[in-house]
Design a protein around this ligand. Sequence first.
Ligand code: GUN
Length: 283
Amino acid sequence: MANIIDGKRISAEIKDEVKVKADELKAKGIEPCLAVVLVGEDPASQVYVRNKKKACEYCGIKSLSYELSADTTEDELLSLIDKLNADKSCNGILVQLPLPKHIDENKILLRILPEKDVDGFHPYNVGLLSIGKADLKACTPAGCIELIKRSGVDITGKRCVVVGRSNIVGKPVGMLLLAENGTVTTCHSKTKNIAEVCRQAEILVAAVGIPRFIKGDMVSQGATVIDVGVNRLENGKLCGDVDFEEVSPKAAYITPVPGGVGPMTIAMLMKNCITACRKQNNL
Ligand code: GUN
């Protein structure tokens, strides 16, 4: 039976480390500050935004909250970003995704100054990530790496398989595993013999968005399995991309859903806020 990787505990550890760093900054007269922007009333986004603000409060990071109506125009949102870009007291800008359909997400993300892009979504930061030089790394992928490392699993030389090639998880997590000296394969919907590829993995990261996609026969004995999936079932329950019941007897380490990768995203966001703040203050 696998060791369960406790994302709640590890994320709490990271938030405590962030809190110490925020206190150090405040002792120098610098107050780290994050602007959180929500457009519209998507209930899931409202929960995420509330949790981000709560985490700021816990860590001692000031949060500025902008909750805009669903009919906000692209120009209005761009103006807000320009204002926050120019505001020296604001170190990070987070625009909660998805945005309403009439707003071009890419255009918005491009407008955020790369040094304030605490989500790590700006193409400039994605580029730095691909050459192994990013300060601001996408939060969920960076959280996956922390879970692996803090469980005592060494990535160097391991066969890593990522299932999913999204811009916000699959691709960046592959780049981060590579930066940690893993041997990385990325699978996706067109991959042939996906089960066979997955069985090669010593570290398997599932980020496909299909409930219980990874079955027991797709995982080798002793693998480390990181489940990024957050799927809402018809009964309202949350379920990952990994069939936990089938996979956990084979894995050496496995993340649960909920309580695995989920809490890490916000912890890494807090860490990025401190990184951004320090950099902007030449520390
Ligand atoms: N929507 C879902 N995940 C995320 C995230 O990590 N950042 C932002 N800004 N929006 C999201």
